[in-house]
Design a protein around this ligand. Structure first.
Ligand code: PLP
Length: 468
């Protein structure tokens, strides 16, 4: 008791601590440092109360050190790069597509300087920010007009709100998908102010279902790319062409939410087939919407392309202003679209395509090269072997297509799930966290997306300390 009392009395005053911290005060400001000192003094009081406080001779030093530590920690960025070895190339939680250098440079340039974002340089007056991308999108897709918003969810919302507010939108029950996060097609349709009319069944929807759903109140026909799942077996869906015919017979537009938009013939790259934006427009869609940061490989945005009168109606909706993209996104998107003008170079110039088409032997060699190094860095409590695995595109693109890859498989000698989970956690505690996946009693690192091999190797030496 008396001991605690004397300890409480030994707590230095805030001003006394601040006198030891001139440099910190100069660097971080008086207010922040004195607040941090008060926090540490409070912590010390708690420690004395529960008899865990150290020697009172060190109190001053301990507080200074704790404040220094908390200031250093506060300097660490919260938003940091990670190694995506999860096997999912376009991982929504890890930021989806990686931008090409030209796109990054363009974004930096407009961030640093005033620009002609919405300024017509020839006329010397206000311009339209869509002018930077509309021509390119039309050229690549065959659309008459185009605009861009914050993401594809916004593109769907804006399109429906502009073309079908307070009116009916028939959609096949097989396409009322949930994309992840909170994008659920029925809710988006309702939030856009439209009346959802469910037609057909989960596995089968026929042309006659569309036909009988059309009333005087039907605003448009909607098709949704079932991006992230596939129904197999006794199934039937109505083709884009057939829906388009039906829509046009009834003088209403046909809208497709393509999900992951694509401008390329994927087959020619040895990848699973995926319809292009151009094909959908050619089969009669009047408006299509798609994401910028899925297969397209650009920044997060949502692209709306199609018939001029409809795109004009969409652009003049007041909601467009609320959903518009910023200048960095526009600058980056413009450069990504320009790369598509030269498709022969795309495999080298567009990171998403480069990762998707990375040669299997190259991935295998990388896995072999890293196997010993990872094994040496882990304690002998783990086995590390090279294994075949499969990568996924992710973000709902090509959901049933696995892309063969190679990885490193780590198995704890004790076969314990706890050990596996704690290994995965330790890998996430590295300065540049490593994100792998746990699968079938092993911790798997898919090498497909490992570009900075040296950076990966360099931090392995830290594992020993973290694991013990
Ligand atoms: C991914 C996806 C969306 C949402 O796109 P975001 O760009 O993530 O907003 C909407 N519809 C479909 C079919 C999708 O696949």
């Amino acid at each position: 008791m008396t001991q605690a009392k004397s300890k409480f009395r030994a707590i230095p005053a805030v001003d006394r601590v601040l006198r030891e911290m001139d440099e910190h005060v100069e660097r971080f400001g008086h207010e922040r440092i004195s607040a941090a000192v008060k926090v540490e003094i409070e912590n010390l009081r708690d420690a004395i109360s529960n008899s865990s406080a150290a020697d009172e001779k060190n109190f001053l030093f301990d507080i200074v050190e704790a404040v220094d530590k908390s200031m250093l920690a506060s300097e660490q960025r919260d938003f940091i790069p990670v190694f995506n070895l999860s096997g999912t190339i376009l991982h929504t939680n890890l930021g989806r597509a990686l931008l090409p250098d030209v796109a990054i440079e363009a974004a930096v340039q407009v961030a640093q300087s005033a620009s002609n974002l919405e300024y017509d340089l020839a006329a010397g007056k206000r311009g339209d920010r869509d002018n930077h991308i509309e021509g390119l999108i039309c050229e690549l897709s065959g659309a008459e007009a185009a605009t861009v918003v914050n993401n594809n969810a916004a593109a769907v919302l804006l399109t429906l709100n502009s073309l079908a507010r307070k009116r009916e939108v028939p959609v096949s029950r097989g396409e009322l998908v949930e994309i992840g996060g909170s994008f659920r097609m029925p809710e988006i349709i309702t939030s856009a102010g439209c009346k959802l009319v469910e037609i057909g069944t989960t596995n089968r929807t026929h042309k006659k279902d569309f036909r009988s759903a059309i009333t005087a109140d039907t605003a448009l026909l909607l098709k949704v790319h079932t991006s992230n799942y596939r129904i197999e077996g006794f199934v039937s869906e109505v083709s884009e062409k057939e829906i388009a015919e039906l829509a046009h017979e009834n003088d209403i537009p046909f809208v497709i939410d393509l999900g992951s938009g694509n401008f390329l013939d994927f087959k020619s790259y040895g990848l699973p087939e995926e319809a292009t934006v151009k094909q959908s427009l050619e089969s009669g869609a009047d408006v299509v919407t798609f994401s910028g940061d899925k297969l397209l490989g650009g920044p997060q945005c949502g692209i709306i392309a199609g018939r001029k009168d409809l795109v004009e109606a969409i652009k003049s909706n007041p909601l467009k202003r609320a959903l518009r993209v910023d200048k960095m996104t526009l600058a980056a998107l413009t450069e990504v679209l320009r790369l598509y003008q030269n498709p022969t170079q795309l495999e080298h110039s567009l990171p998403t395509l480069k990762l998707l088409t990375r040669p299997l032997p190259e991935i295998k060699i990388q896995a072999e090269h890293l196997q010993e190094k990872l094994h040496a860095a882990l304690t002998p409590a783990y086995q590390v072997s090279v294994c075949e695995c499969s990568s996924q595109v992710g973000s709902g693109a090509l959901p049933t297509s696995d892309i063969p890859s190679y990885g490193l498989m780590v198995v704890p000698q004790n076969n314990s799930d706890d050990t596996l989970r704690s290994l995965a956690q330790t890998m996430r505690e590295l300065p540049k966290p490593v994100i792998g996946r746990i699968s079938n009693g092993s911790y798997l690192l898919d090498m497909r997306c490992l570009e900075d091999e040296q950076g990966f190797i360099e931090q392995l030496s830290l594992l020993q300390d973290l694991l013990t």
